[in-house]
Design a protein around this ligand. Structure first.
Ligand code: AQP
Length: 340
């Protein structure tokens, strides 16, 4: 049985360098990392080994990693308070992942909906890595004995799998090696949806650029994308009940509330019965206010890739110190270590 009381509280989360970060990544994940670093020992990771489960152009990968590091720092993550690092530079993630592959069950992985969504009809032709991705994610968490994992709602199922793996590992080896990782999912922005279709999550891989606001978008681009966002011809409804069948309106109000750290219902009350043009006009200002300082800082930071690489390298050395100890303990427990 797992109990977390014997473990220091530690946060781990990661973002893939798959090319550009959007408002969903920011509101659903990165923004929430910032206050956590004040309360917990925190590790924030650029997960390039996850990114290469689908093709990544080798020449572009380093810049993409630097862009994620820049987004972390520009959003308020302080590399002096948190460990900001690069997954592939800490090989222990992979060593533990293999052991966890031997703990996780095929049936568990077969249930992962993100694999089904991403593989689609092409199931026979996608990489094996895309299928085992959630085991590597469990390893990312467990190699630091992380107790808390802030993620967007789309990652909830993967986190549940990580919890199953923790439980089975501790039970199989009859030792409380790993704490049970708790998800931290901010209800207010758990799932930011596409601006073109309120039933689909905002995502980098959507073919329409108008579906997402990027952290690097200019004020003009933000304004154009919000103006073009899908809405109904009718004004906003007068009750929350009617809003339930309006995913695009709900999404715009969610973005507003999350950017302003305001209660969703209060924002709704302000705009109920009004035309969408009024909501959109204010939302443009709010999103620009929130994102433009981050974008400006990101532009400054990404102009000095050496600096960002140094942050990632130094963070990776700090992360490795924790990971080496945990892996040694795991090797002992599993019976893989020599006695001298
Ligand atoms: N739309 C979203 N709303 C809220 N949170 C989101 N996250 C992603 N999209 C949304 C959260 O962002 C963190 C980092 O995600 P990631 O870039 O590592 O991978 P992802 O979830 O696969 O992002 P995308 O944009 O959806 O990529 P593609 O299109 O490649 O699948 C995670 O905590 C995630 O929950």
């Amino acid at each position: 049985m797992s109990s977390n009381k014997d473990f220091p509280r530690r946060v781990l989360s990661g973002v893939q360098p798959t090319g550009g970060l959007h408002l969903g990544n920011y509101l659903g994940a990165i923004k929430n990392f910032v206050p956590l670093q004040e309360k917990f020992q925190s590790l924030f990771c650029v997960v390039d080994l996850h990114a290469i489960t689908v093709w990544q152009e080798p020449k572009e990968l380093m810049s993409k990693k630097c862009e994620v590091a820049a987004a972390f720092i520009a959003s308020g993550i302080d590399p002096k308070k948190s460990i900001v690092f690069n997954q592939s530079q800490v090989a222990e993630h992979l060593q533990l992942a293999w052991i966890l592959n031997c703990v996780a069950r095929m049936g568990w992985l077969n249930r992962m909906t993100q694999f089904k969504d991403k593989a689609g009809k092409n199931k026979e032709n996608v990489s094996v890595g895309l299928f085992t991705y959630p085991v590597l994610m469990a390893s990312d968490i467990m190699i630091y004995k992380a107790t808390h994992v802030p993620v967007g709602e789309d990652q909830k199922q993967h986190l549940e799998l990580a919890r199953d793996i923790v439980q089975k590992f501790n039970n199989d080896f009859k030792k409380n090696v790993f704490p049970m990782p708790e998800p931290i999912i901010m209800k207010s922005a758990a799932r930011i949806m596409s601006l073109r279709d309120g039933t689909k999550k905002m995502s980098k891989s959507d073919i329409s650029e108008y579906s997402r606001i990027m952290l690097t978008d200019s004020d003009d681009e933000i304004s154009k994308k919000i103006k073009k966002a899908k809405t109904d011809a009718m004004p906003l409804p007068n009750s929350l009940k009617e809003l339930e069948n309006m995913p695009e309106a709900t999404n715009l109000l969610t973005i507003y509330a999350a950017c302003e750290d305001e209660n969703f219902e209060l924002v709704f009350n302000r705009y109920q019965g009004k035309n969408f043009s009024e909501l959109k006009k204010d939302l443009i200002d709010i999103v620009i206010n929130k994102l433009s300082p981050i974008r400006d800082e990101m532009i400054k930071l990404t102009s000095d890739e050496d600096y960002l690489q140094k942050i990632l390298q130094s963070g990776s050395l700090d992360a490795k110190k924790i990971a080496t100890e945990v892996l040694k303990e795991v090797y002992d427990v599993v019976g893989l270590n020599f006695s001298s």
